[in-house]
Write a protein that binds this ligand. Structure first.
Ligand code: ADP
Ligand code: MG
Length: 257
């Protein structure tokens, strides 16, 4: 399996380098990397986090540089912030006006810039809650698309408030993105995150993930960054990475702790 072999050689190379160049360890250092002030402040002053966790430190810089990412890290290691920082920064970089206005005029349910796919409703809601905290003062609108909620109500909220970042479960996301009447579309998608990829496949969401992938704009025409996180790296997750990750521009990170 060439991709897996490539991953292993990449991680071996990483382990040889004690401090990979450009690796950041403190959230406050993100400002020197050009990350939006409000985002950094929400983390350092709002959440009061100073030091990054290992997975954050290993991946945020590469993701900010625009690389696709396959990251293997256990539960509870801080993956949420690891992907939210580069994704939110990318949304702001693409639409700088958002940073200056609290009421973005251009937020619409068909102008989704980033999608995070998560295996369960609870996890999706946690991610959306964390994202909503961080984006305060930036104008970014975060919405959820999860099962067990009224589709109509969720769609109304999305249409009324707009949506730049959509966090959802595979079933509901596949449903919304393929339903022409939903008004939910992502022709300008610039970032995609698959969180807990192994769990999503364990639950049997492979068909839904394929549906989502097909509903998204062609990567060749609308380039996007994809970040994939998984606690384990079995064959089927590698297969998923093959489908979603840009093989010419990605980084593999594996945390020890
Ligand atoms: P994972 O997705 O890897 O399971 P989470 O992103 O849910 O982990 O983070 C686990 C917990 O650690 C959360 O309560 C989160 O707020 C907290 N956390 C994340 N990053 C940091 C950090 N750099 N410093 C302190 N706590 C953190
Ligand atoms: Mg998580």
């Amino acid at each position: 399996n060439s991709l897996l072999r490539f991953y292993s050689s990449e991680s071996a190379a990483r382990q040889e380098t004690a401090t990979p160049s450009g690796r950041v360890t403190k959230f406050r250092d993100l400002e020197t990397l050009g990350v939006n002030n409000a985002l950094v402040k929400s983390i350092t002053e709002g959440m009061k986090y100073e030091d990054m966790t290992e997975v954050q430190s290993m991946t945020i810089n590469a993701a900010l540089a625009g690389k696709d990412l396959v990251a293997q890290a256990k539960t509870g290691t801080g993956k949420t912030l690891a992907f939210l920082v580069p994704i939110l920064q990318k949304i702001l970089a693409d639409q700088p006006a958002l940073a200056e206005t609290r009421r973005p005029m251009r937020a619409r349910s068909d102008d989704i810039r980033a999608i995070v796919i998560s295996p369960t409703r609870e996890l999706a809601e946690q991610i959306a809650a964390e994202a909503s905290k961080i984006v305060r003062g930036t104008g970014i609108k975060v919405q959820t698309a999860v099962g067990g909620t009224q589709k109509k109500m969720a769609l109304q909220k999305m249409r009324f408030e707009g949506c730049h970042l959509l966090v959802g479960t595979p079933g509901r996301l596949a449903d919304l993105l393929t339903d022409d009447r939903s008004g939910v579309a992502a022709p300008n998608l610039t970032a995609l995150c698959l969180d807990e990829a192994d769990r999503m496949l364990d639950v049997g969401f492979d068909a839904e993930l394929d549906t989502i992938l097909k509903a998204l704009p062609d990567r060749k025409e609308t380039p996007r960054q994809t970040l994939l996180y998984s606690a384990t790296m079995p064959k089927d997750v590698v297969g998923l990475a093959r489908k979603y990750i840009d093989p010419t521009n990605f980084e593999f990170a594996q945390t020890v702790k």
